[in-house]
Design a protein around this ligand. Structure first.
Ligand code: ADP
Length: 841
């Protein structure tokens, strides 16, 4: 029963005759035959579809004489198979997309799991004109099918039909022979009829031979149109029976060179390759060999090998009696594809290798980078990277952040923002230069003011700005390396300062220095030391030469002390006289010390020498002064004591003392009091305690008064004073009076008895000038300048007693009034002492 799924009539008008024609071929339900299977296979491969069928449409069913790709299905219901539709037409029936065909919507092959989408069926048309079946191809995806495709499928269908005819002819030939035997024995009377039949058969045979020739021609044409290489090999000698153009091209042979010849004779170069063996195996076992991408190596003839690749299938072929005696070889050359794929694979492999190496080196790099990062991070030197023209802080190690006095929050900021305090300092413009010129910048002990916890700190760095270039060669980053040398700089500054202070002290104190190597006694002496010892500042001197200069009175002692310190250590402090005979002797004080252990190498005996002549002389004068003061005080004291003892004796005897008896002791006491007063004034001056009580007074009046009251002791006629107009002075009247008194008393003291002393006073340029002129012993030029020094007394001044403090006091008092005092004199002719005081305006 037909289960019509197509929604339309599928039985043609001539169906009864058509079925009768089909039955004549005696092909229904016959076993599979290679020739049909090969053609179906050919169709499948050529059109590259999964399924190809040779179908025969019976009354109620469709029988698949050949089924390639649809499993073991032998038949289908006529109402379901699309071939039932194809046999309605003499042209190729094509459904490019089954889903778009209304008649196929309900078809189970389309709607069901099978999922048929494409169908093309070419009718198998018998010589009598009946469509008995189809050669059809089926796909599960929709696809286009060109006019040329239709023609080709129709041609293949024609070849199938030829095979059907051929098969039928062979069958009838055989049955005819059997019939002949029977009829020959049983039905001689039917000989005539048989002959007729025979001739008809002969005719049919001739026809079928023609068909055969035609079929072969068709087949050859089809084969030559195929892009695949096809060759039919027969027999154990592997003789080439049929070959298409594509295969000849591939073998690089002509048809004549190959047809009828054994395979290995044609291609002896393939003898060592597996093909011949495989061909024979297919013939032996009937198995199908399907090899993908097999290399085939041909002798190129020029000593080279032509390397090719093919996908190939060996399918057994049988003769009509079903004996396997041949192989259908179909192959596709894929050399180019393989080579290009190999190239691709090779480069992929190389790429993979390169990747591996890259990965490995990346790994190494990563490790070394992390090691490097750690090193940088923990380095005791400040290191950082500034990126781009904006100088973004890209990295800053712990030390850099520490010297910057900033947290890691500054990373990522432009430097100018990270360290706002450097505006106005040279760094940003230096960095800008480095970026612009690509030249590294180096600096030692460069000064920077950086803010640490809100406080601007002075720091010093040894600094490198190193430009880092990118792969294109442009400066991309600046590497900053900075060593904080603030402490060194500061301590060096301290040392420098201390050295400077010492040098200034030494120079200021006019001190000479020396350094003696305790072992070799080589000396390094400063220029000043050499001068102090009476040598030129740049002279070469030895210890011995210096020692020579010491006055014999202290030389032995100086040498002994020096040797003691050098051999035993400790310090050296000695004062000695220096100076050759005839030269003025000078006092030197030497202070020294041994540095290092006595006896060691590199032990130094070093120290300073200073000129203490002035101090020494002052000291001597002071000592003389004390001796003299004692002596001077002793004289009035002795006479005072004498007077007192005398008066005591008188009183004890009951005598009356007269008033005049007290005059002498009183004068002595007054003299002593004056002397003591003078000493007190000196000590007051020394300690800066002398007090000036200023008032405005008339200087000439003071002189006149002095002349009247005090100078009388010297004899009034001796002191000459011519008064002038008022000379108003703002000063200490009593102290100026003391100055006058001193000068007048000296003039008298250092003049012969009775010589006159003249006092003159005048005004000049806002000053009052007073001169005291005598005709006394005079003063030598070399003493003149020293007269006003404390305790200075001219030597050998005729044993006139004095303390050498009078003129010193005078000059101090005058100077404290803003005036000046000086002396002019000629030995033996007298002296003029003059002072000037500013006038009150
Ligand atoms: P003294 O107590 O020794 O007089 P002074 O300071 O008054 O001390 O004087 C210092 C020295 O100056 C004296 O020792 C003396 O040699 C010298 N001198 C002072 N006045 C005169 C003078 N009018 N004529 C000569 N020599 C004088």
């Amino acid at each position: 029963m037909i289960e019509n799924t197509f929604g339309k009539n599928i039985i043609p008008e001539n169906d009864t005759e058509r079925i009768a024609a089909l039955e004549q071929y005696r092909i229904m339900d016959s076993p599979p035959e290679d020739c049909f299977d090969n053609l179906a296979q050919l169709a499948r491969e050529f059109f590259d579809v999964p399924i190809a069928l040779v179908s025969l449409v019976d009354a109620e069913r469709v029988y698949f004489k050949s089924n390639v790709g649809m499993g073991s299905t032998k038949e289908s219901n006529r109402g379901k198979s699309l071939c039932a539709l194809a046999v309605l037409d003499r042209e190729v029936t094509v459904y490019e997309d089954a889903l778009k065909e209304p008649c196929l919507i309900a078809n189970p092959n389309v709607a069901g799991d099978f999922g048929l989408r494409f169908y093309a069926g070419a009718p198998l048309i018998s010589p009598a004109g009946f469509v008995i079946g189809t050669l059809c191809i089926i796909d599960k995806v929709a696809r286009a099918f060109s006019k040329k495709d239709r023609q080709l499928l129709a041609k293949l269908a024609k070849a199938v039909m030829d095979q059907i005819e051929l098969r039928a002819a062979a069958l009838s030939d055989r049955s005819t022979h059997e019939d002949e035997k029977v009829t020959h024995v049983a039905f001689s009377e039917e000989l005539q009829a048989m002959n007729e039949e025979m001739s008809a058969t002969n005719e049919e045979l001739a026809n079928s031979r023609d068909h055969l020739v035609q079929a072969n021609a068709n087949l050859e044409q089809i084969l030559n149109m195929l892009p695949a290489s096809v060759v039919v090999i027969r027999g154990y000698d592997l003789v080439v029976e049929m070959i298409n153009t594509s295969n000849l091209t591939y073998w690089k042979k002509t048809k004549e060179e190959v047809l009828g010849k054994p395979f290995l004779e044609i291609l002896p170069d393939l003898a060592d390759q597996p093909f011949a063996g495989q061909l024979r195996r297919v013939m032996d076992t009937g198995e199908i060999i399907d090899v993908k991408e097999s290399p085939v190596l041909f002798d190129a003839g020029d000593g080279n090998i032509r390397e090719t690749y093919v996908d190939y299938t060996y399918q057994p072929l049988s003769d009509l009696a079903g004996n396997r005696n041949g192989v259908l070889v179909m192959s596709f050359e894929i050399t180019e594809r393989v080579i290009s794929r190999r190239l691709l694979e090779k480069s992929a492999k190389e790429l993979a290798n390169a990747n591996m190496r890259l990965l490995a080196s990346n790994d190494k790099l990563f490790k070394s980078e992390s090691r490097f990062k750690f090193l940088i991070e923990e380095a005791p030197v400040a290191i950082g990277v500034l990126h781009g023209k904006e100088l973004f802080v890209e990295t800053a190690n712990t030390k850099l952040l520490e010297v910057w006095g900033k947290s890691s929050g500054v990373v990522g900021l432009p430097l100018a923002e990270a360290l706002p305090e450097i505006a106005g300092q040279p760094f940003l413009s230096i960095l800008d230069d480095v970026f612009r010129t690509g030249q590294a910048f180096y600096a030692n002990e460069i000064r920077a003011l950086l803010e640490h916890q809100g406080e601007l700190r002075e720091l010093f760095f040894n600094l490198v700005y190193q430009p880092v270039r990118d792969s294109a060669g442009a400066v991309a980053d600046i590497l900053v390396v900075a060593v904080d040398v603030s402490q060194q700089v500061q301590s060096r500054r301290l040392v420098e300062q201390a050295e400077l202070t010492t040098r200034l002290a030494v120079e200021g104190a006019n001190v000479g220095t020396w350094r003696i190597d305790a072992k070799t006694m080589d000396i390094v002496a400063s220029p000043r030391l050499k001068q102090l010892f009476g040598f030129a500042a740049d002279a070469e001197v030895s210890v011995g030469q210096l020692v020579e200069q010491i006055d014999p009175s202290s030389r032995a002692d100086a040498v002994a002390q020096m040797e003691k310190v050098i051999s035993q250590g400790g310090s050296y402090d000695i004062t000695y006289l220096i100076g050759r005979d005839g030269e003025k002797k000078r006092w030197l004080r030497a202070l020294g010390k041994l540095t290092g252990e006595p006896g060691d190498d590199a032990t130094l005996f070093s120290g300073v020498v200073m000129d203490i002549t002035d101090i020494k002389e002052d000291e001597i004068r002071k000592n003389d002064f004390i001796a003299m003061v004692s002596h001077e005080l002793k004289t009035p004291l002795t006479s005072l004591t004498g007077y007192l003892q005398y008066m005591q004796r008188k009183v004890s005897k009951g005598d009356v003392l007269s008033v005049s008896m007290f005059n002498q002791p009183l004068r002595q006491a007054k003299q002593m009091a004056e002397m003591i007063n003078g000493f007190l004034n000196v000590s007051r001056l020394d300690s800066g305690k002398i007090h000036i009580e200023k008032s405005v007074f008339d200087l000439s009046e003071l002189i006149a008064e002095g002349q009247a009251e005090h100078f009388s002791v010297y004899g009034t006629d001796q002191i000459l004073f011519e008064g002038t107009d008022k000379l108003l002075i703002n000063g200490d009247r009593a102290k100026i009076g003391q100055v006058l008194n001193n000068l007048v008393s000296n003039a008298v003291k250092y003049s012969p008895v009775g010589a006159s002393v003249q006092i003159t006073c005048s005004r000049s340029d806002g000053f009052a000038r007073v001169s005291i002129t005598d005709q006394g012993i005079g003063i030598r030029a070399q003493d003149l300048e020293k007269l006003f020094e404390r305790f200075y007394r001219v030597e050998n001044n005729n044993n006139i007693s004095g303390f050498g403090i009078g003129l010193y006091l005078c000059s101090e008092i005058i100077e404290r009034h803003g005036g000046r005092i000086w002396a002019e004199s000629e030995l033996g002719k007298g002296s003029v002492f003059t002072f000037e005081l500013p006038l009150e305006s």
